[in-house]
Design a protein around this ligand. Structure first.
Ligand code: ADP
Ligand code: MG
Length: 367
């Protein structure tokens, strides 16, 4: 059921506004956002919807279809405390707005979603951006799309406590259909790049969720910070391809980590040029190189993902494939001929299930 109808059914009156925001897949530019580098994500046709009506008693009542028996959860504004599961994403938004001087007086909200949570499609950012959009419309808040993304990022990194880069919130707030968002995460300058109609995207969730993914992610961040200190730069963004000989003198694995970030930044720039030229063979080659770099230098791939990549690369009609998202499991993206996307995806899923016993999910094209 749509968010509007769920809201009406659960709260017994109609919502004042309905807003939504998309999930995303990253075309290329992995682990570059927290190094102040370049990213190139794409908004998905899968969205999270929030139906909302303001209250004036300082209370928040919020429910989400599919989460916790669908019963609304309640808290009082001003006493937000992390550690409440998915409610942290809602509390994070209200606490961060308060910190920024926005005075909320409470609301009822209902969430519905087509973005699978925890599959690397950035459901958390879509949720927070959709909620912020609903609040912006309902209360006429003077926030532009960039400010909204920054608020969502602040809420997720500071209140929820996930040390994520800002890519997910930017694409959730600024993404439009059939375009990729080229972002310089240092300046937050961004530009939309039209996706050629000859490019089809395939996304497959491996079904493998690494238990210590957050710990490993933070370990990579710490390695990048150590490398910066040794190289005497504020961020790995400041290391150019021409500096790679100097990078080779770093101790392992810092050398490999830096090599990935530096070459990945260069690949994003090349990918933007290739996209604009409609050069899908070049784009595919960049994806393949990106995957090898993530696997060998950044060490964020796992055997299940490498198997999915091998199966994808063996399919005619695939330009290239790579691990997408933070890694240690998660999903792959493959660039394919659009007309063959679904049949290629279904063949990869079947072959993978047969070999591994784990059934992966075809997320895009959406079933
Ligand atoms: P990703 O953003 O890649 O999907 P995260 O771990 O960052 O993975 O975010 C997933 C979390 O976001 C979920 O565990 C849940 O707490 C929250 N979330 C996602 N979708 C919803 C939803 N529809 N309703 C409520 N909470 C959600
Ligand atoms: Mg997330």
């Amino acid at each position: 059921m749509a968010a509007w109808a769920m809201f009406q059914a659960r709260f017994g009156y109609p919502p004042a506004v309905v807003a939504d925001a998309p999930g995303r897949v990253n075309l290329i530019g992995e682990h570059t956002d927290y190094n102040e580098g370049f990213v190139l994500p794409v908004a998905l046709p899968l969205r999270i919807e929030v139906a909302l009506a303001p209250r004036d008693d300082g209370r928040v009542r919020v429910g989400s279809s599919g989460f916790l028996a669908e019963s609304p959860r309640i808290y009082q504004l001003g006493v937000e405390a992390p550690g409440a599961g998915w409610l942290d994403y809602i509390q994070g938004v209200t606490a961060t707005l308060h910190q920024q001087g926005v005075r909320l007086r409470g609301f009822d909200a209902w969430i519905t979603s087509r973005v699978p949570p925890g599959s690397g499609l950035a459901s958390s950012a879509a949720l927070m951006v959709a909620l912020l959009r609903a609040l912006r419309t309902a209360l006429a808040l003077p926030l532009d799309d960039l400010a909204l993304a920054r608020l969502a990022h602040q809420a997720e990194s500071q209140f929820v406590g996930a040390r994520v880069g800002i890519m997910d919130q930017l694409i959730a707030s600024l993404g439009t259909p059939d375009t990729a968002l080229f972002v310089d995460t240092r300046s937050l300058a961004w530009e939309r790049v039209v996706l050629p109609p000859t490019l089809g995207l395939l996304v497959i969730d491996s079904g493998i969720a690494h238990q210590h993914a957050a710990g490993d992610y933070n370990a990579r961040r710490a390695e990048c910070e150590r490398a910066c200190a040794l190289l005497g730069v504020p961020a790995l963004r400041d290391v150019a391809l021409a500096d790679l000989p100097r990078v080779e003198a770093l101790p392992s694995p810092l050398r490999e980590r830096v090599r990935h970030v530096v070459t990945e930044n260069a690949r994003v720039l090349d990918a933007v040029t290739a996209l604009r030229a409609g050069d899908l063979a070049r784009l595919g080659a960049l994806c393949r190189a990106s995957h090898a770099s993530q696997r060998d230098d950044y060490a964020v791939s796992v055997p299940a993902i490498d198997l999915l990549i091998a199966l994808a690369e063996a399919e005619p009609g695939v330009y290239g494939a790579r691990l997408t998202g933070g890694g240690f499991g998660g999903a792959i993206i493959a660039l394919v001929e659009p007309a063959r996307a679904r049949s290629i995806g279904e063949r990869i899923v079947a072959a993978y299930a047969q070999r591994s016993g784990v059934c992966p999910r075809l997320l895009l094209p959406a079933p």
